[in-house]
Write a protein that binds this ligand. Sequence first.
Ligand SMILES: NC(=O)c1ccc[n+]([C@@H]2O[C@H](COP(=O)([O-])OP(=O)(O)OC[C@H]3O[C@@H](n4cnc5c(N)ncnc54)[C@H](O)[C@@H]3O)[C@@H](O)[C@H]2O)c1
Ligand SMILES: [Zn+2]
Ligand SMILES: [Zn+2]
Length: 375
Amino acid sequence: MSTAGKVIKCKAAVLWEANKPFSIEEVEVAPPKAHEVRIKILATGICRSDDHVVTGGLVMPFPIILGHEAAGLVESVGEGVTSLKPGDKVIPLFIPQCGECSACLSSKGNMCIKNDIGSAAGLMADGTSRFTCKGKPVHHFIGTSTFTEYTVVHETAAVKIDSAAPPEKICLIGCGFSTGYGAALQTAKVEAGSTCAVFGLGGVGLSVIMGCKAAGASRIIAVDINSDKFAKAKELGATDCINPKDCKEPIHKVLIGMTGYGVDYSFEVIGRIETMVAALASCHYNYGVSVIVGVPPAAQNITFDPMLLFSGRTWKGSVFGGWKSKDSVPKLVADYMKKKFVLEPLITHTLPFSKINEGFDLLRAGKSIRSVLTF
Ligand SMILES: NC(=O)c1ccc[n+]([C@@H]2O[C@H](COP(=O)([O-])OP(=O)(O)OC[C@H]3O[C@@H](n4cnc5c(N)ncnc54)[C@H](O)[C@@H]3O)[C@@H](O)[C@H]2O)c1
Ligand SMILES: [Zn+2]
Ligand SMILES: [Zn+2]
């Protein structure tokens, strides 16, 4: 019996307030309105950005259904949807691609104006939610919300991918892998023979290492305060691993000492202002490029010596690896299917959706890279 046009009752992980566990609740998911699609989620990864909402580092309205790194099947479509149909395998896109805004029209941009990161409204474009729990509306998260059996997203925030692609692997293309890999290849445009430093060796930072390696970097220095992350960093291409806690000097001085005048490219993949400045100071004083990938913590400002930039360094940010999402995600999935890169080393745990809190505990304890929840 078709569920199209009807409210679906299903399980979702609702976060009622900050610093609390997720509660698995029965929610009602309304049918998609015009230009929206309802998706049955098959697999979803846990990213640190979800945890930033739990801890208040990334401010979003509560109650909310988090999750943004997923793969699923289109269950039904709203009026006027032409790019997707029921049964299509899709990846939801936390950076949509409307094709009409200045960022979408520019060859240099990817952060479509329709994204809900800065605005943090937690609602669909018409200002309402498709989720209800215990009679109360529940917010969406950055246009995706994937910690649920069913979600509703705008047509521009999901893209059809190869129907043969394994959801429990390629869900990482919805955020962590693409973000890191693209930060190296698209945003920094790392060249063959260059030197790189990657601060933070989670799923995103390790994907930066994969991107630097794919670009042919000659030296990739991995930096983390958790030395347990070093074996995997080396497996994926790091040539050196450094724990700042083991160093007598500040980390930027250590990196300058190792490379002469600093690395060609540095990446902050943690989300802390101290490491953002340290990464900037670690790149070559004149032509170094430093990329902020970690989500800046809410309500914190950076103070830094402008001489760091005056001498010529470039400081940039990168969201979703600079990829135009709807154009690039199907190609990245195709490249994975052709074995141009691997995702398996990033996936340390696969858990049933009901164990979502366990998945977050593993992340917080520094024991997992990516945990993938399956439905
Ligand atoms: N720009 C984007 O589009 C985008 C997309 C996804 C995630 N993010 C952000 O990227 C960051 C990394 O995400 P992740 O899922 O890989 O996170 P993660 O928590 O798995 O990895 C972060 C790593 O940083 C290390 N670390 C913590 N403090 C450190 C310090 N002071 N010095 C050195 N290392 C330190 C941790 O030990 C950990 O290994 C997060 O801030 C996340 O929100 C940004
Ligand atoms: Zn993410
Ligand atoms: Zn756009």
